[in-house]
Write a protein that binds this ligand. Structure first.
Ligand code: NAD
Length: 422
């Protein structure tokens, strides 16, 4: 029983009983996986009765895989994700000296999962450091394969570093920019047109499909003109050439302003908003970090590069209750490959104690339901979670921050959500 999800003509074909490979994960992975799966199963049953069901198929990675096969990331696991397109994973410990830099990075690279998608929304009742957390509803599209994170680094004192530096000085005519040549290390920042375009294309498509009002391109193009500045320009070019009348860009606004004046530009913007066009704008990263705190309602979908995306994800997550409850996914919209994952680590300090909050993995599972088009089931989980939080029935991480809350263990919390689904 169970069938494979397929991609045909760019569309995901989801059977009623899709096989979903899952990695349990290390540390609290064991504590949160079963409870999260039980909630998802209950929501699917509530929405579709017995006509639809997720068929879970465990695949090994991390410590469990190492114990069973001597390999932290067996080829069989990678093959299974390739074969079934969509899967989910718990947190994985980064092996020390195992020859693999990070299992998560290895998975992302092998399947070329170029989008790291992090939706950020607030659940009523969850403690937040901002005054109006209900205004936070943002969707971060972080580029996952390029930037200073690509791993091209030269360590201080290394032979290659000297070679690289000599090349910069002697061949490229770089001189004064290297302040301390005797004690410098280097990192290289590849940002490509192809990589930027596929990321921005996915973000705009997502905004159009979900009727979201805007896409903000976040960059430091004022300083890094040929990488981050180019990202912004390629983003605008792509929006205008590929999405035409479905979008209105800030660049078009400025053009009308220069040619016809402020009044006409404002009128064009208002008309674009009224007719449901997605507004494409851009912001410098530092200004964005400030603006997202002050005016979160001005930003809906955020498209950005790898490093900016890392910082932004954590700040926005903190605004709605921390990374403990924030979900995430790594997706290649062209091939259909997607791995949904808890955004926190293995939390070895609380593993096996029943203190872990399963919400991050559970909400990643909800993102998966949405990706499959099973929106009714996703809604059931959202509603039941909101109800549980508003009754102040929470796991220990949130319990310490909430007045007169009831403390629940990982499984009690999941059972409570299941009861609320029913
Ligand atoms: P961590 O996220 O595991 O823990 C940080 C703090 O948050 C700890 O106090 C922990 O108890 C708490 N916490 C995390 N998740 C929680 C949850 N669901 N419920 C309640 N409390 C929670 O980060 P770390 O300690 O820096 O990393 C531990 C290991 O996890 C490392 O090996 C790291 O490489 C790995 N890691 C994996 C991923 C991933 O697989 N996506 C992400 C980050 C870190």
């Amino acid at each position: 029983m169970g069938e494979k999800i397929k991609l045909e003509n760019g569309r995901l074909i989801v059977p009623d009983h899709p096989i979903i490979p899952f990695i349990q994960g290390d540390g609290i992975g064991k504590d949160i996986t079963k409870p999260a799966q039980s909630v998802l199963d209950a929501a699917v049953e509530k929405a579709y009765g017995s006509s639809r069901k997720l068929i879970w198929k465990e695949v090994l990675a991390g410590q469990k895989a190492f114990k069973a096969t001597g390999n932290y990331l067996p080829q069989e696991t990678l093959d299974s994700f390739k074969e079934h397109l969509v899967g989910i994973k718990g947190p994985l410990e980064t092996p020390v000296g195992g020859g693999i830099r990070s299992l998560n990075v290895a998975l992302r690279q092998t399947l070329d999962l170029y989008v790291c998608l992090r939706p950020v929304r607030w659940f009523k009742g969850v403690p937040s450091p901002v005054r109006y957390p209900s205004m936070v509803d943002m969707h971060i599209f972080r580029e996952n394969t390029e930037d200073i994170y690509a791993g091209i680094e030269f360590e201080i004192g290394d032979e290659k570093t000297k070679k690289f530096q000599d090349f910069l000085i002697n061949e490229m005519g770089i001189s004064t920019q290297i302040r301390f040549p005797e004690s410098s290390a280097y990192g290289v920042k590849p940002i490509s047109k192809d990589g930027s375009e596929r990321l921005v294309r996915s973000a705009i498509q997502y905004a159009i499909t979900r009727h979201l009002p805007s896409v903000t391109l976040v960059h430091k193009g004022n300083i890094m003109k040929f990488t981050e500045g180019a990202f912004k320009n390629w983003g605008y070019d792509l929006a205008e050439s590929e999405f035409g009348k479905q979008v209105f860009t800030w660049r078009q606004y400025q053009q009308i302003q220069a040619e016809k004046g402020q009044l006409d530009a404002s009128k064009a913007l208002e008309e674009a908003k009224k007719s449901g066009k997605v507004i494409i704008k851009d912001t410098i990263t530092d200004a964005f970090l400030q603006d997202s705190l002050l005016h979160p309602y001005d930003h809906s979908v955020i498209a950005t590069m790898n490093l900016n995306g890392d910082y932004i994800s954590d700040q926005l997550a903190a605004m709605v209750g921390g990374i403990g409850i924030s979900p995430g996914a790594n997706i290649n919209y062209q091939s259909g490959f997607a791995i949904f994952e808890a955004t926190h680590g293995t939390a070895p300090d609380i593993a096996g104690t029943g203190k872990a909050n399963p919400s991050s993995l559970l909400l990643s599972g909800v993102m998966m339901l949405e990706y499959l088009g099973w929106h009714e089931a996703a809604e059931h989980v959202f509603d039941a979670m909101e109800h549980t939080f508003s009754k102040r029935r929470v796991t220990s991480d949130l319990h310490t921050m909430m007045e007169s809350a009831t403390l629940l263990s990982t499984t009690e919390f999941a059972d409570e959500i299941i009861r609320n689904i029913h």
